[in-house]
Design a protein around this ligand. Structure first.
Ligand SMILES: NC(=O)c1ccc[n+]([C@@H]2O[C@H](COP(=O)([O-])OP(=O)(O)OC[C@H]3O[C@@H](n4cnc5c(N)ncnc54)[C@H](O)[C@@H]3O)[C@@H](O)[C@H]2O)c1
Ligand SMILES: O=C(O)C[C@H](O)C(=O)O
Length: 350
């Protein structure tokens, strides 16, 4: 197994000197016999789904990989299944096969739904994606209510609250098991910081908090490591804006052919790997994610989260913030609040 995912995964947001990347990069991707784990990808024939299927097939923690979409998954599954790694791959197409795809899943990753085109906000996807997420989550509560759910479908600030409400209605909601995937924001913040601060990207950690849309994405560069004095306040503002607009940068560059897929598949694979490591009892697995939270007055919020055998072990606090970050935090709250409420209202009324 190539170590490329490992090195980045291991150096994602972590607390404590024990997690230094030099120590971790000497560890294999996984060590010792790994228990059987089933991962299902819903939307597996899409722009994110296909490379994500590839990356999960490369992950030795996965013993069974279910690829579900409304169409096209038999081909993706046949292709990926020829790779000589541990996971047994099965493709499922069409709603009548959704139950089989989900049964026994430990982790369900959801990149199903439409992506943005230039000029659109993530919220413009709400009308189509809310219904897709609702129906997929209804099936999850029926066929694998104990699975960890990794929500990629946008707008994440609303789709996670939708999922919570669907699970609540079904009587299966466990706040420890629902995650909005914000890892791409962390991946971007690290890349942009490393470039500007001229430090090795593999050593960089940057927590990103808030939500996953525009100004609700708040990278905490004051906590970035390795720390540097080389960046001015203007540099930090520029890096913050570039991280917040990272998705739009890709949407515009793709000029109507969708949004980030390859970097998202990478980020989604890192986050799913962290979930699997937590389930398997690895100590000190910490990633940023948009989860049910009480660290601010908002019911959902992205921050560092410790992952364990039951999903979320601990939602970690924000740490100390710069004045700029404190102000940005207050500015993002009304937008994030309204996106959360929109999701909950939709799920209650539909
Ligand atoms: N969280 C993030 O950081 C992040 C990053 C990038 C993209 N996204 C979001 O991910 C989603 C997918 O993006 P993409 O580029 O892969 O889009 P895509 O159109 O290439 O693929 C989406 C796939 O979902 C499938 N799908 C639609 N309805 C479905 C259903 N009911 N059940 C199962 N599958 C269904 C489609 O058939 C398609 O294959 C979008 O909403 C996008 O905005 C999120
Ligand atoms: O920007 C988008 O629409 C997709 C995704 O949320 C991203 O951050 O790349």
């Amino acid at each position: 197994m190539s170590n490329f995912l490992l090195r980045s995964a291991e150096s994602t947001v972590r607390r404590g000197a024990a997690a230094s990347s030099s120590h971790l990069s000497r560890r294999p991707f996984s060590s010792g016999p790994a228990p059987d784990r089933k991962v299902a990808i819903l939307g597996a024939a899409g722009g994110i789904g296909q490379p994500l299927a590839l990356l999960m097939k490369l992950n030795p923690l996965v013993s069974s990989l279910a690829l579900y979409d409304i169409a096209g998954t038999p081909g993706v599954a046949a292709d990926v299944s020829h790779i000589n790694t541990r996971a047994q791959v099965v493709g499922y197409a069409g709603e009548e096969q959704l139950g089989k795809a989900l049964e026994g899943s430990d982790v369900v990753i959801i990149p199903a739904g439409v992506p943005r085109k230039p000029g659109m906000t993530r919220d413009d996807l709400f009308n189509i994606n809310a219904g897709i997420v609702k129906s997929l989550c209804t099936a999850i509560s029926k066929y694998c209510p104990n699975a960890l759910v990794n929500m990629i479908s946008n707008p994440v600030n609303s789709t996670v609250p939708i999922a919570s409400e669907v699970f609540r209605k079904a009587g299966t909601y466990d706040e420890k098991k629902l995650f909005g995937v914000t890892t791409l924001d962390v991946v971007r913040a690290k890349t942009f910081y490393a470039g500007k601060a001229k430090v090795p990207v593999a050593d960089v950690n940057v927590p990103v908090v808030g939500g996953h849309a525009g100004i609700t994405i708040l990278p905490l560069f004051s906590q970035a490591t390795p720390a540097t004095n080389a960046l001015s306040d203007e540099d930090i503002k520029g890096l913050t804006k570039r991280t917040q607009d990272g998705g739009t940068e890709v949407v515009e560059a793709k000029a109507g052919k969708g949004s980030a897929t390859l970097s998202m598949a990478y980020a989604g694979a890192l986050f799913a790997d962290a979930c699997l490591k937590g389930l398997n009892g690895d100590p000190d697995v910490v990633e940023c994610s948009f989860v049910q939270s009480s660290i601010t007055e908002l019911p959902f919020f992205a921050s560092k989260v410790r992952l364990g055998k039951n999903g979320v072990e601990e939602v970690l606090g924000l740490g100390s913030l710069s004045e700029y970050e404190k102000e940005s935090l207050e500015i993002l709250k009304p937008e994030l609040k309204s996106s959360i409420e929109k999701g909950i209202k939709f799920a209650k009324e539909n």
